[in-house]
Design a protein around this ligand. Structure first.
Ligand code: ADP
Length: 447
């Protein structure tokens, strides 16, 4: 087992990982930027090392500063969390060559799944259904037109190195294709240093369903069911739940088997998520694989009783998975609302700055994952996620009632947040009936 883990992240996920380490009696090291010196993750860790200035490029993305921090503190493993360096294959490689265990899959797996075009080819070979589209990168309009002859409009242009919805453009007709190509290419270049794009048929109003998997280094692999992440704004998830109201045990089994087939084809180890789009007829298509712990992992934890972060740490330390597929069962329903420091009244503009007062809901079956507190100053440099509220119930109705109660108790001043927006969304009749898709938020905002 590891004796000391360095957590190469910040915010709620750093706190979440530090909690798992403490329960496993593993010593911890936090890294932080100058802007984060008062962050909860710094106070929670046994040791903390400042790795640079506020902007992520000068701290949380500074590989040499992070490796040095691990070396001077004698850390034997690094947990990357999500975002920042979590899906950076070079970082995973440097950890390994520095004799520090990267808590995640192999650098090869990260590289393969990080290249969305190669990932799709690999999954297709493994018999996983794909969204129709290009098999290779497209560079010119002519190449795109050739693909669109087969798929028809609408299509979506996506970045080969994609992530965070960047470099994505939906295109409904030939007229906007040239300009969409240019914008998507320059966005992809700016975000990933790689302008490579591919084309996919744009599915109208699908559901985003993802399967959580876990694998050890002995070839044992299980899935832990699905999460429905269809409530999104600008392709970014806001509310997630498990089980999905659109999935029955038959589709769950099929999707689970597909996810495992794909992950087995690449010899995947660690926890990971295989993302699919699901249409109204129950057809599903591989979209991408995330080779890390995800923001929305708590909903799976709440209905399976599995601590995914501990499972990730233990399997990285060489332990065998203790659970077999038959041991995984689903109890009740869980919903997560992401609370972002954003102002829904002003087009979700970020709302950083000092929090004068905060009150978090509690009570039975409410879980809050957060790094903020009264007096905390939200830095302007990072993601606007400040808290996740997770509610659990013996059925969906009860989970929803608990979430409504929790959201109405949540108080933070003077920061603007998305809590009220989430409350309105889950009070919407389509959400209550479970009849929603990835277009829900746009439809809801225009009501
Ligand atoms: P990223 O990794 O940048 O977040 P994803 O490939 O995971 O991008 O897609 C994010 C979201 O964009 C999906 O959840 C879905 O709502 C939408 N999306 C992506 N591809 C398609 C598609 N082919 N058809 C319809 N919606 C799509």
């Amino acid at each position: 087992m590891f004796s000391k883990i360095l957590v190469a992240n910040r915010g709620e996920i750093a706190v979440r990982i530090l909690r798992a380490c403490r329960e496993l009696q593993i010593k911890t090291v936090a890294i932080y930027s100058e802007a984060d010196k008062n962050s909860l993750h710094v106070a929670f860790a046994d040791e903390a090392v400042c790795v640079g200035k506020g902007p992520a490029s000068e701290s949380y993305l500074n590989i040499s500063a992070i490796i040095s921090a691990a070396e001077v503190t004698d850390s034997d493993a690094i947990h990357p969390g999500y975002g920042f360096l979590a899906e950076n294959s070079r970082f995973a490689e440097i950890c390994e060559s520095s004799k520090i265990k990267f808590i995640g899959p192999s650098a090869d797996n990260i590289r393969l799944m990080g290249d969305k075009v190669e990932a799709k080819k690999t999954m297709q070979k493994a018999g996983v259904p794909l969204i129709p589209g290009s098999k290779e990168i497209i560079n010119t309009k002519d190449e795109a037109v050739r693909i669109i002859k087969e798929t028809g409009f609408p299509i979506i242009l996506k970045a080969k190195a994609g992530g965070g919805g960047k470099g994505m453009r939906i295109c409904h007709s030939d007229i906007s294709l040239t300009s969409s190509l240019h914008t998507a290419q320059s966005e992809a270049s700016a975000a990933f240093g790689d302008p490579g794009l591919y084309v996919e048929k744009y599915l109208e109003n699908p559901r985003h369903i993802e399967i959580q998997i876990a694998a050890d280094s002995y070839g044992n692999m299980i899935h832990l069911g699905e999460r429905d992440c269809s409530i999104q704004r600008n392709h970014q998830k806001i509310i997630e739940e498990s089980p999905s109201p659109a999935i029955d045990s038959h589709i769950r089994k099929k999707m689970g088997q597909c996810a495992l087939r794909g992950a087995k084809a690449i010899g995947y180890q660690s926890v990971g998520t295989v993302e699919f789009l699901l249409d109204d007829d129950g057809n599903f298509y591989f979209m991408e694989m995330n080779t890390r712990i995800q923001v929305e992992h708590p909903v799976t934890e709440e209905i399976t009783g599995v601590d995914l972060v501990k499972m990730q740490i233990l399997t990285a330390a060489g332990e065998k998975l203790k659970l077999k597929q038959g041991d995984i069962s689903f109890q009740g329903n869980a919903i997560e609302c992401r609370i972002n420091a954003e102002d829904p009244e002003r087009n979700f503009m970020p709302s950083p700055g000092q929090i004068d007062f905060s009150y978090f809901p509690g009570g039975k079956d409410i879980r809050i994952d957060t790094h903020i507190y009264s007096g905390y100053d939200i830095p302007p440099y990072y993601d606007s996620l400040i808290a996740k509220i997770i509610a659990k119930g013996k059925n969906r109705k009860e989970a929803l009632a608990k979430m409504k109660r929790a959201l109405s108790e949540f108080l933070i001043e003077p920061t603007k947040t998305t809590a009220g927006f989430c409350l309105k969304a889950i009070n919407d009749i389509d959400f209550i009936n479970g009849k929603y898709h990835t277009g829900f938020v746009d439809k809801f905002l225009s009501k």
